[in-house]
Design a protein around this ligand. Structure first.
Ligand SMILES: NC(=O)c1ccc[n+]([C@@H]2O[C@H](COP(=O)([O-])OP(=O)(O)OC[C@H]3O[C@@H](n4cnc5c(N)ncnc54)[C@H](O)[C@@H]3O)[C@@H](O)[C@H]2O)c1
Length: 273
């Protein structure tokens, strides 16, 4: 690919959390294709291997580390190891979150009244606390080096409430329908607050921080849910996994040099409707 100078990430080291997942792999490819060096933090060895395989296929140099992002010790260890190998990182994509497929929870356990406190604690720890901890460890490196870019991956559900009516469509009368858990909305909304906090914290050092606000990616939902989501999208479709690559490179590159503390909403227009 011929790199556009404004969007060029040549030599920039970018840490991606939950990098073996559906979107994490796309973020890593996007960084590599723009000339950057993706560093993948991921718990699952299988997911890490799948991501590495795709990067190797395009000869993208990268570093893959098996890290539990709920552990500050492991995050600090990874930050030290990355610094030793590359020096300070340029970018951080706080991408990891708990977002299980609808209907995968035990019946009724996703409802507010029954939602287990252990699950709430885990979801907050993985989706929000990890973003705080990674921003602390990697943001400090960026500030010392004189700049960088942090991206918090939120969701359209940071801006609107889940329409729980969607999840009962197609179920037999009287069946207990799944709901989107409260922790997801709370984590994603809180990331927008963290974004504004971080955007100003190191001022005037340009450690920029912005939120990427994606809508639903297709292919992982039931046919009924896909239809419901599609009907709420002015573009009348769900996203392809690769469609956030451009926004990610924009936020990491000098093309967005005067942008910080902002939410880049890319949701097929769902929240405009
Ligand atoms: N997929 C969508 O439709 C969609 C829509 C809007 C926003 N998002 C957001 O985008 C981000 C990525 O979503 P996704 O669909 O790729 O998720 P995913 O579930 O496919 O990927 C998450 C990855 O995190 C890893 N992980 C889980 N626990 C971990 C831990 N303790 N330590 C390290 N890694 C761990 C998992 O193994 C997995 O590879 C999430 O923040 C999600 O909320 C996704």
């Amino acid at each position: 690919m011929v790199s556009q100078p404004l969007f060029d990430l040549t030599g920039r080291v970018v840490v991606i959390t939950g990098a073996g997942g559906l979107l994490g792999q796309e973020h890593a490819l996007a960084v590599g294709r723009a000339g950057g060096i993706p560093v993948l933090l991921e718990l699952s060895p299988e997911a890490l291997a799948a991501a590495t395989h795709r990067l190797d296929a395009e000869a993208i140099s990268h570093l893959a580390l098996e890290v539990d992002l709920t552990s500050e010790n492991q995050i600090a260890g990874a930050a030290g190891e990355i610094k030793k190998q590359f020096g300070a990182v340029w970018g951080l994509v706080n991408n990891v979150a708990s977002n299980p497929p609808m209907g995968s929870a035990a019946q009724g356990a996703d409802r507010l009244e029954a939602f287990p406190l252990t699950q709430w604690d885990h979801d907050i720890r993985l989706g929000l606390t990890s973003a705080f901890l990674c921003s602390r460890h990697f943001g400090e490196q960026m500030a010392e080096a004189g700049g960088g870019s942090i991206i918090n991956v939120a969701s359209d559900l940071a801006l609107i409430s889940p329409d729980q009516r969607m999840y009962s469509v197609g179920l037999p009368e009287g069946a207990s329908a799944p709901v989107k858990p409260v922790s997801y909305s709370v984590v994603k909304s809180a990331l927008l607050g963290l974004t504004r906090y971080l955007a100003t914290y190191w001022s005037p050092i340009p450690v920029r921080c912005n939120a990427l606000v994606p809508g639903s990616v297709g292919g992982t939902q039931s046919a009924d849910l896909t239809r419901e989501l599609t009907s709420r999208s002015p573009l009348a479709r769900l996203a392809e996994p690769s469609e956030y690559q451009g926004a990610l490179v924009f936020l990491l590159s000098d093309a967005s040099a005067y942008m910080t503390g902002a939410n880049l909403v890319m949701d097929g227009g769902r929240t405009a409707w």
